[in-house]
Design a protein around this ligand. Structure first.
Ligand code: ADP
Length: 269
């Protein structure tokens, strides 16, 4: 309300209008909602094995107190549940560690050829145990494929993808791990493409866009059985973002899945 008795000096100091600033809070709200969803999902994922542990401990203290056979069986299940919690916590810690880091230092260069060979060797025994073999196909193997990056993180990217190929693609008998320099079809920009190809059952198309969401699993029962946490591809995505890289996937039902990791050449980031 305008006060007629106010002097011009007062008006200058206390004007009759207020400046209203509008901020679009949609993005901020989305981030907050995603964070709340994440905490709820993480708590739920941890609570499930914990509830099962409590249930078995109570049974062992009460009805199965003197049942030696039940003791043996229940302790085995309890160990599985505790290991599952431990895997979840270590994946959650990896994810939060990676999220807190900025972009990788452009001066630190690593050779993808060495990383691909290292991962193929490291996971060879696990693949054999699961009845598959890892084959590598590195273009110009004697030449180096240098990118700016963190060696341990890039090893983790390939390990997560090859472990998934072993776990979920094991109906086929081999996994092909290849690496080659290629040019982007549209921009012509050069980059290295590492492909992880399995010959397993494939992933139905409707799931492909959501694979890198935290805790997203195509088949929860299979993932649990294969000791999955639903965080592996979320970790891959975060590491690649830090490296200005990309993750692509192609899958054909019954024929298998190819994940492709693209990393820019150091001069074309
Ligand atoms: P998890 O820890 O469950 O393996 P990931 O984030 O690594 O989680 O993968 C998400 C889901 O994507 C898996 O649960 C699985 O259903 C599916 N998936 C990933 N890789 C493959 C693959 N090579 N073949 C078939 N399904 C796959």
């Amino acid at each position: 309300q305008r006060d007629k008795s106010r002097s011009t000096k007062d008006e200058a100091r206390n004007p009759d209008f207020i400046l209203l600033l509008f901020h679009d809070q949609t993005e901020q709200k989305n981030i907050e909602r995603m964070r709340a969803d994440f905490v709820a999902n993480a708590s739920h994922e941890l609570r499930t094995p914990l509830a099962s542990l409590i249930g078995f401990i109570e049974t062992l203290q009460g009805p199965a107190k003197n049942d030696v056979v039940a003791h043996e069986r229940f302790l085995g299940i309890m160990l599985d549940q505790a290991e599952r919690m431990s895997r979840l916590i270590s994946d959650l810690l990896s994810l939060s560690r990676i999220e807190m880091k900025a972009h990788v230092h452009p001066e630190t260069k690593v050779d993808l050829v060495k990383i691909v060979k290292h991962v193929a060797d490291a996971l060879g025994p696990l693949a054999m145990e699961m009845g598959v073999r890892i084959e590598t196909d590195i273009e110009n193997e004697s030449e180096r494929q240098m990118v700016a990056g963190d060696r341990d993180e890039l090893v983790q990217v390939l390990e997560n993808l090859v472990e998934n190929a072993i776990k979920y693609g094991r109906d086929g008998e081999k996994i092909l791990l290849s690496s080659a320099p290629i040019k982007d079809a549209i921009s012509g920009a050069p980059f290295y493409a590492i492909k992880i190809r399995d010959y397993g059952p494939g992933i139905p198309a409707e799931h492909l866009p959501r694979l890198t969401e935290r805790f997203y699993r195509v088949d929860v029962a299979t993932s649990r059985e294969q000791k999955g946490t639903g965080l592996g591809l979320a970790i891959v995505k975060h590491i690649l973002t830090r490296h200005k890289g990309r993750l692509m996937v192609e899958s054909v039902a019954g024929e298998g899945t190819t994940f492709q990791v693209r990393l820019p050449l150091p001069s074309h980031e």
